[in-house]
Design a protein around this ligand. Structure first.
Ligand SMILES: O=P(O)(O)OP(=O)(O)OP(=O)(O)OC[C@H]1O[C@@H](n2cnc3c(O)ncnc32)[C@H](O)[C@@H]1O
Ligand SMILES: [Mg+2]
Length: 168
């Protein structure tokens, strides 16, 4: 059986490969159809669902996975948030979110100017393509939790819900 992941970002693709080792994993660009920088749980979740749906629509009889990164506020504090969606052949939609950590005020200021977190993180960490490697969560947890590891947990939550639904 095939799984289509709606992203070519290695942090996302490698997480799917780890949790679905028996499957053929294919990656494709899928549109989130939300802002390049989602700013709420709702918008980030919608981006993940849109990506997963597009994967299954373009590849019937497969499982589609969408993973989306965003930020959200709890009161005045900006947090990193991530969402995942899995869509099966019957178009059942399973969703789950990942761990969230607060982001420094400096990052909040840059995002409010309209910059994307990916670019802001590269500047902040003085590195390149942080979003494809340890991610913001890796930078701010001293790499105890990497972006891939955070997505691994989300995909476990998706796979587990899908298995529970199909348990008999
Ligand atoms: O190729 P895609 O799948 O689009 O992967 P992406 O890295 O762009 O990731 P998202 O579109 O899901 O994330 C939306 C924006 O937030 C950024 N972002 C989200 N989480 C991040 C993280 O942990 N580290 C760095 N940038 C992150 C990302 O670079 C985008 O600017
Ligand atoms: Mg993106």
């Amino acid at each position: 059986m095939k799984i289509i992941i709606g992203s070519k970002n290695p942090a996302k693709v490698n997480a799917v490969l780890e949790i679905f080792p028996a499957y053929t994993v294919i990656n494709m660009d899928a549109a989130s159809s939300v802002s390049a920088q989602p700013f709420s749980d709702e918008e980030t979740r919608e981006g993940a669902v849109n990506r997963a749906l597009e994967c299954v629509q373009k590849n019937p009889n497969t499982l589609g996975v969408g993973l989306e990164g965003g930020v959200m506020y709890v009161e005045d504090q900006l947090y990193l948030c991530n969402w995942g969606a899995l869509v099966d052949q019957e178009r059942n939609i399973y969703t789950a979110s990942g761990a969230r950590i607060p982001l420094p005020e400096k990052i909040n200021t840059e995002l409010k100017k309209g910059h994307e977190l990916g670019d802001v993180m590269d500047q902040f960490a003085k590195k390149q393509e942080v979003r494809k490697k340890e991610g913001a969560i890796g930078v701010f947890t001293n790499e105890l939790v990497t972006r891939k590891e955070m997505f691994v947990h989300i995909i476990k939550l998706l796979r587990g819900q899908w298995e529970f639904h199909n348990r008999f």
